[in-house]
Ligand binder design. Structure first.
Ligand SMILES: Cc1ncc(COP(=O)(O)O)c(C=O)c1O
Ligand SMILES: Nc1c(O)cccc1C(=O)C[C@H](N)C(=O)O
Length: 419
């Protein structure tokens, strides 16, 4: 049932409904792009004011250490990467000391591929194939390519259904994205990790489209490494720091290529020689970006407060509801996301040859989804702030835009630099 009455009933019964008021969503906007950039939490605006005026303005360099009470704020700056890592850990089935917030997802991917290859090199240094899938998020593939150019890696690609067959004794690392950015398809982490381990390969998971929206059990799956974005479902803000996970069993031996001073065991001893910090801290490189980290900490806190089980349940219910709305209103629009809500992320993607101008026409109506080349219309469902009535409205707008040909205008065809 996709009636207005049903949507209102579902909204009224939604246990996460009260979180919506904690986001600063513009009037008249239906925001279905939180899988690319999460919206601004009210608490983040307050937190950044405190960080800028109090911690930076008044506290100055003292704020790296214990903050004077009068400055308020959320704690000393120096431990932000570890504190945020610890808060993300329960969302991904990891232990607090296995996760750290730092750098971008791309940089963390680079560090962890390099680290995995180092562990796998053996005496002859020959095991260096990194296996991934074609059509994976580009940065993941580009990072392998960059290491290949340095002679450190060899990139191999196989469709996800052929991954197990492609895992031979040359594969050092299997690197996959858990929820595909375009289709929303979610991979079986436990099965693929076990298959890789059986062949002696390590596994690195990109959780960018998973964390805060789908169940992730890194420990249960025995995953070796993982990375993920802070600015999508974690609502950490544009360009928020990313996070990295290293399984406890690898922490001791882990080496990483960016041996900056923040990853040193005693950075403030200012020694000439690099000695890695114990544990996950060795993944740090340079000074943490305090403003970005503070925003991320605030975004992660809301996700943690809502609880991953409730977020997952709502994500699935939202995507099912939107799918039913679109099937009723646009029965001929092909959905390229998996049918089973447990087999996909918190998003639905549809194929249309005019996806770009349709997306722009929707944005002009205040319905913000996104376009992914060449022909995908993608809608993400942030479970903290999206409601069922929003989705019914968005589906109605989509149906009108398609049915009336409203998208067929020059102004909607001009490609923007960022889509
Ligand atoms: C799966 C995936 N990995 C990595 C990234 C990029 O991460 P970053 O720009 O933080 O390096 C994105 C999105 O931007 C993504 O969707
Ligand atoms: N990271 C982005 C950016 O800096 C600008 C615009 C979009 C993005 C994205 O997050 C893209 C995103 N990973 C995607 O799934 O399409």
């Amino acid at each position: 049932m996709t009636t207005e009455a049903e949507a209102q009933r579902l909204d009224a019964a939604d246990p996460l409904r009260h979180f919506r008021g904690r986001f600063d969503l513009p009037e008249g906007v239906l925001y279905l792009d939180g899988n690319s950039l999460g919206p601004l939490p009210n608490s983040t605006r307050e937190r950044l004011h405190t960080v800028i005026d109090g911690e930076w303005g008044d506290g100055l360099i003292r704020s790296w250490n214990r903050l004077p009470d009068k400055l308020g704020g959320g704690g000393e700056w120096i431990t932000l990467p570890q504190r945020i890592g610890a808060a993300i850990a329960p969302l991904i089935g990891a232990q607090a000391h296995e996760v750290i917030a730092c750098d971008s997802t791309s940089v963390n991917i680079f560090k962890l591929i390099w680290a995995a290859l180092r562990m796998q090199a053996g005496d002859d240094g020959r095991r260096k194939v990194v296996l991934s899938e074609p059509g994976n998020f580009p940065t993941d593939l580009y990072m392998i390519e960059g290491l290949e150019r340095q002679g450190l890696a060899e990139r191999r690609l196989a469709g996800v259904d052929d991954i197990e067959a492609a895992l031979d004794e040359d594969v050092a690392l299997l690197m996959l994205t858990h929820v595909h950015y375009k289709t929303g398809r979610m991979l079986d982490m436990a099965r693929l990790t076990a298959a890789a381990h059986d062949r002696g390969a390590l596994v690195l998971w990109d959780l960018s489209h998973s964390v805060g929206a789908v169940p992730v059990e890194l420990a249960r799956a025995k995953a070796d490494f993982a990375v993920g974005c802070g600015y999508k479902y974690l609502n950490g803000g544009p360009g928020a720091p990313a996070f990295a996970f290293v399984a406890e069993r690898h922490l001791h031996a882990l080496e990483q290529p960016l041996t900056g001073w923040f990853g040193h065991a005693k950075p403030f001893d200012f020694d000439d020689d690099y000695v890695p910090a114990n544990g996950i801290d060795r993944l740090l490189c340079g000074t943490p970006q305090v403003l970005g980290m503070s925003a991320l900490e605030s975004g992660v806190a809301i996700t943690a407060e809502a609880g991953i089980d409730a977020l997952v349940a709502k994500s699935r219910a939202l995507s099912e509801f939107f799918r039913a709305c679109v099937s009723r209103l646009l029965p001929d629009l092909p959905c390229v996301s998996p049918d089973d809500p447990a087999g996909r992320g918190s998003q639905l993607s549809f194929r249309h040859e005019h996806a770009y101008p349709i997306c722009q026409a929707l944005i002009a109506r205040g319905v913000i989804g996104d376009f992914r080349a060449p022909d995908i219309l993608r809608f993400g469902f942030g479970p903290l702030y999206i409601g069922y009535e929003d989705l019914l409205r968005a589906a109605e707008h989509l149906a009108e835009v398609v049915a009336t040909g409203e998208w067929d205008r020059e102004e909607f065809r001009a490609r923007a630099a960022v889509t």
